[in-house]
Design a protein around this ligand. Structure first.
Ligand code: GRG
Length: 298
């Protein structure tokens, strides 16, 4: 977190999120061949006020490894595009059927289901255009595309979502729950950190510390997501709470109880902190972010 030597963590996060939003805005100034309403739907969801957690992880991982944030910005935008696509599709009536996302009506509520499907498709495709066209050198761009495709694909994000959907009223088992979330939530968090490290040409030692960090943070983030669904404030969340229980979804508090879930999240964050402690003061941003996962209210 190079800029945190002068700025506090919340200031760093706000400044970085604003720069990510500017870059996303510029990547979605689409040519006239893109129908105006499709462009609007893409921008409506992508530019909505999300936390930009995944882009932050790309940029912080790059900076922790001695790289610069500007070179990693295309990758930061690409992961946010894939994330935005997954949220649009997740909210559809055929999936989680949600009306509210990031404090606004969901994409299909505003633009209709067909246009929401297409906006998601477009964002997924654009992510790879942004990566392949802007990351340098080309060899690193190709490696980034491969990693992102794996993280978004059938053995990770899409597979985790499929298992999660089928898991409604399914077998309640902690191993199964962790396996779903390692793919549905964890893979995109892990790949964000990996892309930042790849662009910064991180050493093997740095990569291995970041892999551990990413794995722990991914799971801790999901546990706190489940906890917020139980006890979170809908206004802060920008989406409806209590839906998991309503649908009989397999969740950490549902399986382990609130106290044990909280304890597990704390333990994971401590392990994440221990992993990056070996990387020195450069890792202070990642450390602050790990602590924030436990304190977040949205
Ligand atoms: C449709 C292929 C496909 C996948 C959907 C993203 C996802 C998988 C489901 C969303 C439902 C959910 C609550 C997932 C758990 C954690 C998660 C990904 C939360 C949303 O991410 P945040 O909190 O959202 O980073 P913002 O809006 O801040 O970017």
């Amino acid at each position: 977190m190079t800029e945190t030597s002068t700025a506090s963590f919340p200031e760093y996060v706000a400044g970085t999120a604003a720069r990510v939003a500017e870059a996303l805005d510029s990547y979605t100034q689409l040519p006239p061949d893109c129908p105006a309403r499709l462009c609007e739907a893409i921008r409506y969801s992508l530019l909505a006020p999300g936390k930009r957690l995944r882009p932050l992880l790309v940029l912080m991982a790059a900076e922790t490894c001695g790289g610069n944030a500007e070179a990693a910005m295309p990758a930061a935008c690409a992961v946010e595009m894939v994330h935005a696509y997954s949220l649009i599709h997740d909210d559809l009536p055929c999936m989680d059927d949600d009306d509210l996302r990031r404090g606004r009506p969901t994409c299909h509520k505003v633009y209709g289901e067909a246009m929401a499907v297409l906006a998601g498709d477009a964002l997924l495709t654009m992510a790879f255009e942004v990566l392949s066209g802007n990351v340098r050198p080309a060899r690193v761009a190709a490696d980034c595309c491969l990693e992102l495709a794996r993280a978004a694909g059938p053995s990770a994000l899409v597979g985790g979502q499929a298992d999660d959907l089928e898991g409604i009223n399914g077998l309640a088992d902690i191993g199964r729950l962790e396996a779903i979330h390692r793919r549905k939530t964890g893979a995109m968090i892990q790949v964000s950190i990996r892309l930042g490290a790849m662009i910064a040409r991180a050493s093997r030692r740095q990569r291995s510390a970041l892999e551990k960090y990413g794995q722990r943070i991914g799971l801790a983030f999901q546990i706190t997501d489940d906890l917020l669904d139980v006890g979170g404030d809908e206004k802060a969340l920008g989406k409806r709470a209590g839906k998991d229980a309503e649908r009989g979804k397999l969740t950490f508090p549902g399986l382990l109880g609130v106290e044990e879930s909280r304890r597990r999240a704390e333990q994971l964050v401590n392990e994440a902190l221990a992993a990056v402690a070996t990387l020195g003061p450069q890792a202070e941003g990642l450390e602050a972010l790990a602590r924030h996962v436990l304190e977040r209210n949205h």
